[in-house]
Design a binder for this molecule. Structure first.
Ligand code: DX5
Ligand code: ZN
Length: 219
């Protein structure tokens, strides 16, 4: 069976101590550091930009999994790449040229991800799957941590798992939103192999991070 990777979302961290928080989740066993970038336009919330990614870069060697919820996105790809992003994930709903955007991410020598909102069908991937390294299924509407998992997304994860297996390529299938010890096993059973978790990682404070991450992984 596939190894399950845990990607804590720093959206739920203490923003006044972000460097320490990133070190703590690294030591607690995080596989990726999930960075939620929001612009108050594509989604109804504003978070952080490339300057913060750059400031955090020396605090961990773990991959930065940068989830861009911004429109337009193309003008900011180079800045996130230079700031230290390893995986750059974009919403095809955020602009008319998802293919061009992914071409640019690959030209920057970064891993490219595509993320589907809850109402966006798996079919959106037909002409992108051959270019991407990661597919992210949103199991909440993007914008905020702490929302409830939308069950209908399990069917989409199952369909995308089949699509990925058909390609024979090494493509991660990530799920983001409402991941708990209850929903994680269901997402894994449907075919996900990377779990984003904000609330579930950071609840209880630093002393709990390692146990929280282990519980999500299932051991
Ligand atoms: C939502 C973000 C998620 C969010 C997950 O727009 O993309 O990464 O932080 O938070 P939880 O795990 O609390 O649902
Ligand atoms: Zn996210």
């Amino acid at each position: 069976s596939r190894p399950i990777l845990i990607a804590p979302s720093i959206l739920s961290a203490d923003f006044a101590r972000l460097g320490e928080e990133v070190r703590a989740i690294d030591e607690a066993g995080a596989d990726y550091i999930h960075v939620d970038v929001m612009d108050g336009h594509f989604v109804p919330n504003i978070t952080i930009g490339p300057a913060v990614v750059k400031a955090l870069r020396p605090h961990t060697a773990k991959p930065f999994d940068v989830h861009l919820m911004i429109s337009p996105v193309d003008p900011y790809l180079d800045a996130f790449a230079e700031a230290g992003a390893d995986i750059i994930t974009i919403h095809p709903e955020a602009g008319p040229h998802a293919h061009r955007t992914i071409q640019r991410i690959k030209a920057l020598d970064k891993l490219a991800g595509v993320v589907l909102n809850p109402a966006t069908p798996a079919k959106m991937l037909d002409y992108l799957i051959d270019m991407v390294d990661l597919v992210l299924v949103m199991s909440v509407n993007p914008g905020f941590g702490g929302q409830s998992f939308i069950d209908s997304q399990l069917r989409k994860i199952e369909a995308i798992r089949k699509l990925i297996d058909q390609t024979g390529r090494d493509i991660r299938l990530e799920v983001d939103g409402g991941i708990t010890t209850k929903t994680a096993p269901r997402a894994i059973a449907a075919g996900a192999d990377v779990l984003v978790a904000g609330t579930a990682t950071f609840s209880g404070g630093p002393a709990r991070y390692a146990a929280n991450i282990a519980a999500l992984r299932g051991h």
